[in-house]
Design a protein around this ligand. Sequence first.
Ligand code: AMP
Length: 174
Amino acid sequence: MDLAFVKLSVRNIHDYPKPGINFKDVSSAYRDSEIFHFISTSIADNYLNLGITKVLGIESRGFILGGSLADRLGAGFVPIRKSGKLPAAVFSQSFDLEYGSDTLEIHQDALSSDDVVLIHDDILATGGTMGAAISLVRRFGISNIYVNAFIELDFLGGKESLDPAVPVWSLIHF
Ligand code: AMP
């Protein structure tokens, strides 16, 4: 197993969910047990010995590897969800999409200022989603934040749009 093989396992769905978008379908990679294990292990290995205490997964595809990463790193798992999904008191952060806007939320009691946080999503595209997630984590006064995506779409410049103080690392790049 190697990264080139993993890259080939990500299926492209053209013109989904709308014309002109080349959708990267991670389900075609995750459904293979050896590939899923390799992805999870490779990402977790990059964050060993950093004292990560919480892995945050972004709804919904960030939940899939997020739980696995939390377990491998000996950390807890915290969901970042779309508006109205979390039952207790939340912090909210809106962000712009190509058309319109969206809102992410996190439980107000999910983190404390001394947590070391790894935020994970399946894909880092323009960075709008991840930027909102970082803003939510900052609300807790947390300074130790790491960002990971399984896939980074380099041509969209998401990494450059994020807080330069936050290390960003992705397993594969297109
Ligand atoms: P962005 O906020 O532009 O960085 O977009 C990141 C979010 O949108 C992630 O949660 C991805 O799951 C999803 N996403 C963006 N672009 C794609 C794409 N080309 N294929 C699949 N999912 C995408």
